[in-house]
Design a binder for this molecule. Sequence first.
Ligand SMILES: Nc1ncnc2c1ncn2[C@@H]1O[C@H](COP(=O)(O)OP(=O)(O)OP(=O)(O)O)[C@@H](O)[C@H]1O
Length: 247
Amino acid sequence: MNPMKVLDVAVALTSVTKQYAHGVTALDDVTIGFAPGTFTAVMGPSGSGKSTMLQCAAGLDRPSAGQVVIDGRDLATLKDRELTLLRRDRIGFIFQSFNLLPSLTAEQNVGLPLRLAGRRPDRALIRQSLAAVGLAERGSHRPGELSGGQQQRVAIARALVTRPAVLFADEPTGALDANTSRQVLQLLRTLVDKHAQTIVMVTHDAVAASYADRVVFLADGRVYGELHDPSAELVATRMLQLEAASC
Ligand SMILES: Nc1ncnc2c1ncn2[C@@H]1O[C@H](COP(=O)(O)OP(=O)(O)OP(=O)(O)O)[C@@H](O)[C@H]1O
């Protein structure tokens, strides 16, 4: 990828390889970019490198070789402190298990990234973030008093409160039923369409992937093609082909 192209994307991976101990190559020469204001789903058989790619793209893990550029900054050139700040201020992350602090209210959970940044939690901003995910009335509720879908929406509000360049999502609907999943996916779609949020989501679910603009397929640590605006059926067919090929 040339330098101009790198500037055009929110996140760019160029020839990224990640090797673990015991000779495991989790990512093998992966080059891929995620354009601002787009929603990308990453799919592939179990062990194909999806989570590893997300971790490297989010600056949570360092590649063995290759370059990762987030928001125009080459991660390899950053000192540990600078990388921590970039992750804190420019990256949002949501997980299958929500990862909310059970003793804090929804408002306090959403305000956490601001506190960690040493900023005074701005209540108007926090309330605005909760309203954006449809939970304006639930600010004083603790996670145990909220449904799974509501907890994931609090986690999304928390991830977005710093206005990150990219929101990474690792199986965000994995713990939710079909109906609640649809609501969360529709919310992610709206964040892209209305607020030009960049989202990169790992999923095993073809229906979830069909909410994205683009689906990237991984197998054995390599990119094996992509689909644009695909139907769930087309994604499922492609996954079956990949799984059959990697057996
Ligand atoms: N910390 C680690 N140490 C050694 N090997 C690892 C480590 N993390 C992942 N791997 C290996 O790297 C490969 C890719 O793993 P990764 O978790 O990225 O795959 P995945 O596509 O997300 O899988 P799944 O869909 O099952 O979650 C696998 O072979 C895995 O066993």
